[in-house]
Design a binder for this molecule. Structure first.
Ligand code: AMP
Ligand code: MG
Length: 486
């Protein structure tokens, strides 16, 4: 147990400023009008060792209106491939207040999103709408409680500053917490716009902060690539486990720390179909559910390209080493994905034939548009199984084979049930409920949002009270579109 005393506020350090100045711009958050805390994450504040939530001056810090003496706010510079096209980016509507060091010695970026323009705003207003920030809070917390690495949301504050999009929206600031905001795009920035020295400095910094054990590696840059690739594979396998579609897997939204972040047009898939896309800007399905692993591999190739100059001074050698690493992607991903899927159906000690059992189930689900979450949850909770009679009928022969297979488990059916319960959530944030709760909250009624946030803290527990949150409205999903939400 951690017995060290909590702080009343952030305990800031600012190591990012030790990087060459090309990596950031010093900029203060804009002063916002009448900030009011609408959501505050008590559990997270405890994890961070902060007790100042009731404090008015802490609200001023979270809104960006007051700076702590130890805060050295910056906007980070980065580039990135957006939908395959390389471009200069940077924090255009986010400001890093500092790195909070917890009483247990853990370091977290504290970033304000929607806190005004920066040198990287390019024509944007640096602001964020209330609805988009509430959405990020809700989905990031859902992802966290599903057990998936993610940025967290500490607070959403409403402001009296209007935000002009197609219509006038309420303004907000989100306080975001993450191991770091270093991205694949930060390396691309260093490689394309900086010097080799800059790239080396970023690599050393990243290794020291996230992978200290690699400083002794024979080729630290190559080991960094390998480690980031493995962390990201683990992350995407987790998204595939719960049906999460990030929606905008650009290289600037791919973290080095292996955390999910930049919650824009993300959504959860209901009916199983690998082609599922909800984002209004993803017309070609580049970031569809089933394309996520392929895109991750592409993003990792971009990281590899950025690192080439320091993998080896001889470009040919550097390329061959990088390619060798990236070529491991498919088999690592495939092994991890199958193992995760085997856990979803309770298989212990997988054998060769189990892959076809798995593939057969996916084919039936696709054919009958079965609900991804409820199909798996329905394997151990009968009531949850899709009430689609044709699907139920089609599933019977498969279920027979599956039951026979489970009998071969050393731990029998009990083992299967225990592992399935841990792997298959009962509750995911269903689009229809997410949108309804946000519409209401935007008008000042937070009751449904609180209900959802509460229930989503225990997504693996089935309780009758949450029944109405467990099903979707398929008509709603058909026309559902998500937006980059700025
Ligand atoms: P995102 O879609 O959040 O990953 O953002 C892509 C890029 O656009 C980043 O460089 C953001 O900082 C920038 N950006 C997004 N919204 C705004 C805004 N309202 N004002 C300024 N920059 C923005
Ligand atoms: Mg982004």
């Amino acid at each position: 147990m951690n017995t060290k005393k909590s702080n009343t506020t952030f305990n800031f350090d600012n190591t990012y400023l030790l990087l060459p100045s090309t990596f950031y711009s010093k900029v203060s958050p804009a002063v916002v009008q009448n900030p009011e805390v609408l959501l505050f994450n008590d559990a997270l504040s405890v994890e961070l060792g902060i007790e100042g939530k009731q404090d008015e001056s802490f609200s001023l810090i979270l809104s960006g209106n007051k700076l702590l003496a130890k805060s050295a706010p910056i906007a980070q510079a980065y580039a990135g491939h957006q939908f395959g096209h390389f471009t200069m980016l940077g924090d255009g509507r986010a400001i890093l207040l500092g790195e909070h060091v917890t009483p247990a010695g853990k370091r977290f970026d504290i970033q304000l999103k929607g806190s005004g323009i920066t040198p990287y705003s390019r024509g944007g207003d640096g602001k964020a709408t209330l609805k988009a920030m509430l959405r990020e809070y809700l989905i990031s917390e859902a992802i966290h409680y599903l057990g998936i690495p993610t940025s967290r949301s500490l607070a959403v504050l409403k402001t009296d500053d209007p935000v002009f999009r197609e219509v006038i929206n309420k303004g907000a600031v989100l306080a975001r917490v993450m191991k770091s905001h270093i991205r694949v795009g930060t390396f691309e920035y260093a490689s394309y716009f900086g010097t080799k020295k800059n790239l080396q400095a970023l690599t050393n910094y990243t290794i020291k902060r996230h992978f200290p054990e690699l400083s002794e590696a024979q080729n630290p840059a190559l080991s960094l690539l390998d480690n980031v690739m493995r962390l990201q594979i683990d992350l995407i396998v987790e998204w595939m486990r719960v049906g999460f579609i990030h929606g905008v897997m650009n290289t600037d939204n791919t973290s080095i720390s292996g955390e999910t972040f930049d919650y824009g047009p993300c959504a959860f898939m209901n009916s199983y179909n690998p082609d599922t896309v909800f984002s209004s800007i993803d017309s070609y399905g580049r970031y569809s559910f089933g394309n996520q692993p392929e895109i991750l591999k592409w993003n990792m190739a971009k990281l590899a390209e950025a690192l080439l100059p320091i993998i080896n001074p001889d470009e040919k050698k550097a390329i061959s080493l990088a390619v060798e690493t990236i070529n491991k992607f498919d088999s690592i991903y495939s092994d991890k994905w199958y193992n995760m899927m085997f856990a979803k159906i309770g298989i212990q000690d997988p054998e060769e034939e189990d892959t076809s059992l798995m593939d057969e189930l996916m084919d039936i689900m696709l054919k009958y548009n079965a609900d991804y979450t409820n199909t798996f949850a329905g394997l151990f909770l009968d009531d949850l199984l899709d009430d689609n009679a044709d699907f139920k009928k089609a599933l019977q022969p498969w279920k027979k084979k599956w039951t026979n297979r489970l009998a071969k488990n050393k731990g029998g059916l009990e083992y299967a049930k225990s592992i399935m319960k841990k792997t298959n959530p009962v509750l995911i944030p269903r689009n229809v409920h997410v949108e309804e709760s946000l519409e209401l909250a935007d008008k000042g009624d937070f009751s449904k949002l609180y209900t959802l946030l509460n229930a989503l803290q225990k997504p693996y527990d089935y309780k009758e009270e949450i029944n109405e949150l467990l099903f979707t409205d398929l008509k709603f999903d058909k026309k559902y579109q998500t937006f980059c939400g700025t």
